[in-house]
Structure formats: structure tokens, C-alpha cells
Design a binder for this molecule. Structure first.
Ligand code: GLA
Length: 386
């Protein structure tokens, strides 16, 4: 798990003709609970995955970033003194955006060469773009001898995504990649930005979280995500609160006359509560909390499907097939309209769950799903060249 530091070091050598100064790794994330709650100042509970993005990097003289990727052809060259939103297209916009956001925060970003490799499927809703931002942020700050604490770095990476790459996401993904901890999920209050590490080690209780990449690609930049954000903001305005987080209870959404806005707000309020419920279960002394967490996952899926309307056919089929085959529960994760499902099952049931989902996809002549282990893992870090 996680792409090999040795291989990305070799890629660096082959493209740039010398040894890298170091290799950094930033993980992708799965989200246990709390979807479309981050930009409503609510709660989220993501965890860092074992899979991620590695960057072999070295300082170079001059004011350029030179980038290559094992997944993309050619080299991308970026002039550090001419950076502005809209100037860099494609995948290089994410690392370039980080350099831009660091400079905007007052840091002197060094010229550098970066070779990138990934074992995170792109467009699978596992935050490959946040992992790319975070690995670039760590590499550039360490190469430049800049000391930036991780919360500030998460905000800088998010700014790169929002303002430079033009994707209006919240703070969850960058926080999970930079602040996650092995064997834990990260409780993040997106209003106060307070965090807490919540023990989450399903394997220790004989359970197994499973990510199912439905292979239906999601594109956050495509309007629906922004539309949901706008609907939530409108609902909050109509209800007279700064954000939906301020609603005292789910009953308050009934004051919205528009049935669509009512459903959107109901999802946000109930999902915030489900985050707190999952946290309470994980912190409880009960032996086996995973069946109940699974039920909450499936309830969240219904809410995302029917109230927030961000699910997609492959996710609905994967959730139903997983639950029918004995999973405790399952739900779509990430922004929606494509990407992945997270299922939770007793370890012995993982094989039958995989088989049932694969079979349900084959019956519909859909591209076979991809199954990934979802082990709560450590946050972004420097790794040995290996
Ligand atoms: C994407 C965004 C996150 C969050 C989720 C939905 O992953 O990047 O900030 O809004 O969608 O929960």
C-alpha cells in the first residue's frame, strides 16, 4: 500500500538526471460520516487511507517549478513569479496553486523539481487532488526551510484548490490528509476548526471497512457541487442563520417553504448528528459498535440519495448489494455524482460482499468495480527513499 518511494525516486532520476533531496507522501481519505457538512460549518469524520501520492523533490536554482508524473505525459513548467488563478491548466494547477497560495501567505517558495506518483485512483472521490496539494505543500515547505503548522498548511492547500484550481470544496480533504492518525478517524468541527482524534480500528474488532470504487468518475468542478453549496447557503439565509450548522434541530427545516431546500437542509442537519452519533459509538466502551455504525452509514446513504440527491446509480446498486450480502452498512462518500462507496462488514463477510457487488455490476454490464482496503492510516509525512 502507498506508492513506492524507490520508484518515484527512480522517476525523478530518469526525468531530472540527479538524486532527489527527499520523498514525501500524502494520503487520500475516506469519510466515515458527515458529507456536504464541511462547507456548512458542520462536523466531518474522515480518516487517512494507506493509499496516497508520493513526490520525490529537490531544490533547483531559479524561479521555476518543474513537475512530472508517472500518470501523465511530459513535463509541466511553472514560473513562480507569474502565478495567478487561471494561468495553469490540467493537473499541474494543483501543485502550482499550492506554490501560489504559499506565496500569498507570505512564504518564499523555492524553485524545485518534483516527480509525482500515485496509487489513488483519480476521480474516485478519494481526494487525489487534496493529496497532490498536501504532498506538494509538505515538499515545498521542507525544501524551503519554511515552518508552517499543519492547520495553516491545510488552509493553504484548500485555497489552492478553491481559488487557483477553481474547485469550491470545503476543508475536509486537506485536513484528513495532513492531520489523520493511524488507527483513528479525525473529528473536525468545521466552524471552530477544532479537531479530535477518535480511535477507529475496525480490524481489532474483526470488522473491515472496504472502499468500492464504482468507476463512475466524479468531477467536482462540474456545476452540481457548487449548486448544492448555493442551495445550502440560500436555505441558511431564509432561516436567518449564518450557516446550517446553527440550526438547533431538524424540526427547524420545516420552516422552509421550498421542498427542495427543505430536503437539502434536512440532510445537512441529520448528517451532522450522525457524525456525533458515530463518534459516541466509537468512544463507548461497548464491545461491538460496528453493526450500529453500519446502520448509520446506510441511513446516511438514503439521506444523500433522497434528500441531498448527490448519489448515482452505481453507488445505489453497490450499497444495496453490499447490505444484501451481509455488510453492516454502506454509503457513498465524497462529493457525489460518481466516485466511491464505503462499506463496513464483519471481516468474514468482506469476500461475499465483494463478490455480490461485482456480480451486481456484471449483471448490468457495468465496468467492474475496484475494491480497496480502507485502513485508517497516518497523515502526510517525509518517507525514506527506500
Ligand atoms: C468533496 C469536497 C469536500 C466535501 C465533500 C462532501 O470531497 O472536497 O470538501 O465537501 O466533497 O462531503
Amino acid at each position: 500500500m502507498s506508492p513506492s518511494p524507490g520508484a518515484v525516486g527512480e522517476l525523478f532520476r530518469a526525468r531530472f538526471g540527479g538524486a532527489a533531496d527527499g520523498v514525501w507522501l500524502a494520503p487520500g481519505r475516506a469519510n466515515l460520516m458527515g458529507e456536504h457538512t464541511d462547507y456548512n460549518e458542520g462536523f466531518v469524520l474522515p480518516f487517512a487511507l494507506g493509499q496516497g501520492i508520493v513526490a520525490a523533490a529537490a531544490r533547483r536554482a531559479g524561479r521555476r517549478l518543474v513537475l512530472c508524473s508517472a500518470q501523465e505525459p511530459g513535463l509541466a513548467e511553472v514560473d513562480l513569479d507569474g502565478l495567478a488563478p487561471g494561468r495553469v491548466a490540467g493537473w499541474a494547477a494543483y501543485p502550482a496553486g499550492v506554490a501560489w497560495a504559499l506565496a500569498a501567505a507570505g512564504y518564499q517558495v523555492p524553485g524545485a523539481c518534483l516527480a509525482i506518483d500515485s496509487d489513488l485512483p483519480a476521480g474516485a472521490g478519494l481526494s487525489s487532488s487534496a493529496a497532490l496539494e498536501c504532498v506538494t505543500a509538505l515538499a515545498l515547505t521542507e525544501l524551503g526551510g519554511l515552518s508552517v503548522d499543519r492547520r495553516a498548511l491545510a488552509a493553504i492547500a484548500r485555497r489552492a484548490e478553491n481559488e487557483f484550481a477553481g474547485v469550491p470544496s470545503g476543508i475536509m480533504d486537506q485536513s484528513a490528509s495532513l492531520l489523520g492518525r493511524r488507527g483513528h478517524a479525525l473529528l473536525l468541527d468545521c466552524r471552530s476548526l477544532e479537531t479530535a482524534q477518535v480511535p477507529f480500528d475496525p480490524a481489532a474488532s474483526g470488522s473491515c471497512p472496504l472502499v468500492i470504487n464504482t468507476r463512475a468518475r466524479h468531477e467536482l468542478a462540474a456545476g452540481e457541487y457548487g449548486q448544492r453549496r448555493a442551495e445550502c447557503e440560500r436555505a441558511a439565509r431564509l432561516l436567518g442563520v449564518p450557516s446550517l450548522r446553527y440550526l438547533p434541530g431538524v424540526g427547524d427545516v420545516d420552516r422552509l417553504a421550498d421542498p427542495v431546500l427543505r430536503r437539502r437542509a434536512r440532510h445537512v442537519v441529520t448528517d451532522d448528528q450522525r457524525v456525533l452519533d458515530v463518534v459516541a459509538l466509537l468512544r463507548s466502551a461497548d464491545e461491538d459498535v460496528y453493526p450500529e455504525i453500519g446502520r448509520l452509514l446506510t441511513r446516511a446513504h438514503v439521506s444523500l440519495r433522497d434528500d441531498f440527491e448527490v448519489s448515482w446509480p452505481e453507488a445505489d446498486v453497490a450499497v444495496d448489494a453490499a447490505v444484501d450480502a451481509g455488510a453492516f452498512g454502506a454509503r457513498m462518500i465524497g462529493g457525489g455524482f460518481g466516485g466511491s462507496v464505503l462499506a463496513l462488514a464483519r471481516s468474514e463477510a468482506a469476500g461475499p460482499v465483494r463478490a455480490a457487488v461485482a456480480e451486481a455490476f456484471a449483471r448490468r454490464s457495468w465496468t467492474a468495480p475496484e475494491f480497496l482496503d480502507a485502513t485508517p492510516s497516518a497523515s502526510a509525512r517525509r518517507v525514506a527513499l527506500g
